[in-house]
Design a protein around this ligand. Structure first.
Ligand SMILES: [Zn+2]
Length: 113
């Protein structure tokens, strides 16, 4: 999934003249890892979600998301809830990234978690 998202670093590698910076923070070069995991906006989302789910998993890179998706919780239902929430958060961070580009606005992370 990561290598297929149409992020600015991929467009630039294709030779397109596009802005380099992350549309969520405007401070770092945009890549899939940055926008979905490492960006301050994404980190606030992950921290808030893990706090809400009472999960101690720290999301710092792709492998920690994968770990959270595949780590069994106390029961199967809880495991599925965490998997759904992680997947939904990836989607919503990506949608906020797109909203920033196309509409010039993003929701506060508390409103998407
Ligand atoms: Zn960023």
């Amino acid at each position: 999934m990561w290598g297929r998202l149409q992020t600015r670093d991929r467009f630039r590698k294709m030779g397109l003249q596009v802005e380099e910076t992350c549309p969520l923070c405007g401070q770092h070069a945009e890549s899939a890892d940055h926008v979905l995991i490492q960006c301050n906006y994404a980190q606030n989302c992950w921290l808030e979600l893990n706090r809400s789910l009472q999960v101690t998993n720290q999301v710092t890179d792709l492998s920690s998301v994968s770990h959270g998706l595949h780590k069994p919780a106390s029961n199967q239902f809880r495991t599925r809830v965490i998997q759904c929430c992680y997947t939904a958060l990836l989607y919503h961070i990506w949608m906020q990234r797109n909203s920033s580009i196309w509409h010039g606005c993003i929701k506060h992370y508390n409103n998407i978690v």
